[in-house]
Structure formats: structure tokens, C-alpha cells
Design a protein around this ligand. Structure first.
Ligand code: ZN
Length: 149
């Protein structure tokens, strides 16, 4: 799957997060073709282990719209969400999830617990993987390589 403007913005957020010393993952919430919120990882900045890009973007979108859920909204994220974020995406009633690279070590959508396939999951978004996966994986690889050098 090729990219689009929303995934491009998520990649920009990922790069910006990396420049701040955060793990370079970015997320964008879109409703009716309009960007409602975008964020990178902010766990270090906020000293908040739950401030993954997806949750940060969902919080911002809910605040912007003044509502608890994001029914009908789509979320673009550069890496397969972890289990915590997969659950938050479900609770927020996100309609479609587009993610870039797969994360066999930490993902919770198509890897690990496969949250949306569980009987305890009451809302599953449509999932589209592989959008801009090469770029998303490259940003992560560059970041972790830089850490080791
Ligand atoms: Zn997460």
C-alpha cells in the first residue's frame, strides 16, 4: 500500500519525536478528511509511559472535539500499535486504523495478543497495514542505530 498525506504527516511526527529523543513514532487522527490531532511519542517529555503517539493523538482529538469518543474518525500511525494503544483505539471507537510497519516484538494488532480478534474486544476498527512501512521502519532503525553508535 502506498502512502497518503495523512501518513506523511504521521511520518513527520515520528521524525520530530526522534529529534526530541523520543522513540520515533507518529500518529494522526482524521475525521471527515480533516486532521483533528497529530502527535509523536511524548513519554519522556511528559514522564508518562502511556503517552504513546496514538494515545497522545486520541487525547488531543477528544479535547479538540469536546467528546469522549472519536466515532467515525480514522487513525494513522507509523508502527503497529501496542496492546495498550490497540485497546485505546477500540475504546475511542476509531473507524479505521492505518499503520505502517509491523511490530512483531511489541505490536498488539496483528502480532502478540491480536487484541481486535479477542472476544473481549467490543469494537474493532478496520485495519490497513503496510502504508509507508519502509519509511516508518527506516526512521525507527535510524533512531536505534544512532543510540548504539
Ligand atoms: Zn502504544
Amino acid at each position: 500500500m502506498k502512502t497518503n498525506q495523512f501518513m506523511e504527516l504521521a511520518l513527520e511526527e515520528a521524525r520530530a519525536a526522534g529529534a526530541r529523543g523520543e522513540v520515533p513514532i507518529g500518529a494522526v487522527v482524521v475525521l471527515d478528511g480533516i486532521v483533528i490531532a497529530s502527535s509523536g511519542n511524548r513519554t519522556r517529555e511528559l514522564n508518562d509511559i502511556t503517552a504513546h503517539a496514538e494515545i497522545a493523538a486520541i487525547r488531543m482529538a477528544c479535547e479538540a472535539l469536546g467528546q469522549e469518543r472519536l466515532t467515525g474518525a480514522d487513525l494513522y500511525v507509523t508502527l503497529e500499535p501496542c496492546t495498550m494503544c490497540a485497546a485505546a483505539i477500540s475504546f475511542a471507537r476509531i473507524r479505521r486504523l492505518y499503520y505502517g510497519a509491523e511490530d512483531p516484538k511489541g505490536g498488539g494488532v496483528d502480532s502478540g495478543v491480536r487484541f481486535y480478534a479477542q472476544p473481549t474486544c467490543h469494537h474493532a476498527p478496520e485495519v490497513y497495514s503496510g502504508m509507508s512501512e519502509v519509511q516508518a521502519a527506516e526512521i525507527l532503525r535510524g533512531f536505534f542505530q544512532g543510540k548504539r553508535d
